[in-house]
Design a protein around this ligand. Structure first.
Ligand SMILES: [Zn+2]
Length: 149
């Protein structure tokens, strides 16, 4: 079951929505709590399935609208890996994504400040960064090869 938002999370939601001229609704609260409850970068369909457990009348279109609103308010990031459905991530700290091709799962990889600084420094003069998106593709190392040397 989906947990209700904590006071702190609800305030964060309210503040972000207010910045975008939007209000908290029951639907938005449910969709946001779904994203926070299991941070596995769900697709719209997955968010929809989970959100319906606590709000059976919710429509896919509403879930889609909620997610678009969150992205517009900077509360949630879209994660795109080629030819795959868009996934959603509520982690606002600077991070890269690692797509494990053996499982299809997407993991958050923390980006240290010095790495971000280095990345910004490689931009040619005259360009400025608004956001940096980094995606790794790979797989989990299997234990036998890790211990072989
Ligand atoms: Zn993420």
């Amino acid at each position: 079951m989906i947990q209700n938002l904590t006071e702190h999370q609800r305030e964060g939601l309210q503040e972000a929505l207010a910045h975008g001229g939007q209000k908290v609704t029951a639907q938005r609260e449910v969709v946001y709590s779904v994203l926070l409850a299991k941070r596995d970068h769900p697709t719209v369909d997955e968010v929809f399935q989970r959100a319906r457990e606590s709000m059976p009348g919710l429509s896919l279109a509403t879930v889609y609208n909620c997610l678009e609103t969150f992205v517009g308010c900077g509360l949630v990031r879209q994660v795109n890996h080629e030819r795959e459905s868009t996934r959603y991530c509520p982690n606002l700290a600077p991070h890269a994504h690692f797509r494990d091709d053996s499982t299809g799962r997407v993991h958050d990889i923390e980006l240290p400040a010095n790495v971000l600084q280095t990345l910004r420094s490689i931009l040619p003069a005259g360009f400025e960064t608004d956001s940096i998106e980094i995606s790794f593709h790979g797989h989990t190392k299997n234990k036998t090869s890790r211990h072989s040397n």
